[in-house]
Design a protein around this ligand. Structure first.
Ligand code: NAP
Length: 250
């Protein structure tokens, strides 16, 4: 991992209890930031806080992204705890409810679009006003290769993740003059709980199509996120960085 210094920065990472978000939060803590990470349970939030505190400075919060009204309360709680609103927001929390579209229940559509897209917009709205006042900030959202190329069985997820890309480009145009960059990272096939549920056939299909012939690791995604949050990326906005071992070329 490149050495960045995020001392003095407050970072909020949603879905920091496991997988990609956990590693992103840990890397920001290593780089000197005050890191706030969310889980869906009190127990998860406590574990985040203990883990981040063993690395640097960090706090755990509870967030259920399906409860859209909780976004403003979370942003306020982070600002109160850290003495500053987030300088860097990483919208990472996400869920899947996969099935073919013809069989997809409305509830599965609604949950995935709410958690993966509408909640991203709500939390970004809650965090961006203080960034505009500071005339600085970073919003980084985790989309997916599926939002770019589609995937049978994931119409809800693909729609939500494609929505993040359009949201990112549009918001980048709105807030660029205030010194805020808005970007996405689009992971491919990453080794986390989300992909552990896939069977051997699916695993083989993906690996056969990845030019670099391996699943990605959460660390691969964290590297791109910290880069986008850093001064090195100060002239990048509205972008989607593909981190997928070349899968998008297949
Ligand atoms: P993961 O291992 O399943 O972890 C999901 C995280 O989101 C956990 O911290 C979980 O908290 C949290 N979460 C779950 N439901 C939530 C809710 N309703 N409200 C708020 N937080 C919730 O997932 P991951 O693989 O690390 O994925 C992270 C992000 O990358 C997601 O946006 C995902 O769509 C995206 N992505 C992943 C892959 C991949 O191959 N893994 C590929 C492309 C994109 P709890 O621990 O409390 O449940």
């Amino acid at each position: 991992m490149a050495v960045y210094d995020f001392s003095g920065k407050v970072v909020l990472v949603t879905g920091a209890s496991r997988g990609i978000g956990k590693v992103i939060a840990e890397e920001f803590a290593r780089a000197g930031a005050v890191v706030c990470g969310t889980a869906t349970s009190e127990d998860g939030a406590a574990k985040i806080e203990a883990n981040l505190s063993s690395i640097g400075k960090g706090y755990g919060f509870v967030l259920n992204a399906l409860d859209l009204d909780s976004a403003a309360a979370l942003a306020a709680a982070v600002a109160e705890k850290c003495g500053s609103a987030p300088d860097i927001l990483v919208n990472n929390a996400g869920i899947t409810r996969d099935t073919l579209f013809m069989r997809m229940k409305d509830a599965d559509w609604d949950a995935v679009v709410t958690c993966n897209l509408t909640a991203v917009a709500r939390l970004t709205k809650a965090c961006i006003s203080p960034m505009m006042k500071k005339r600085a900030g970073r919003v980084i959202s985790i989309t997916s290769i599926v939002g770019e190329i589609g995937n049978a069985g994931q119409c809800n997820y693909a729609a939500a993740k494609a929505g993040i890309i359009g949201f990112t480009r549009s918001l980048a145009k709105e807030v660029g003059s205030r010194g805020i960059t808005v970007n996405c990272v689009a992971p491919g096939f990453i080794d986390t709980d989300m992909t552990k549920v896939l069977g051997d056939d699916a695993l083989k299909h993906w690996l056969d199509n990845i030019p670099l012939k391996r699943m990605g690791q959460a660390q691969d995604i964290a590297r791109a996120v910290l880069f986008l949050a850093s001064e090195d990326a100060s002239y990048i906005t509205g972008a989607t960085i593909d981190v997928n071992g070349g899968l998008h070329c297949a």
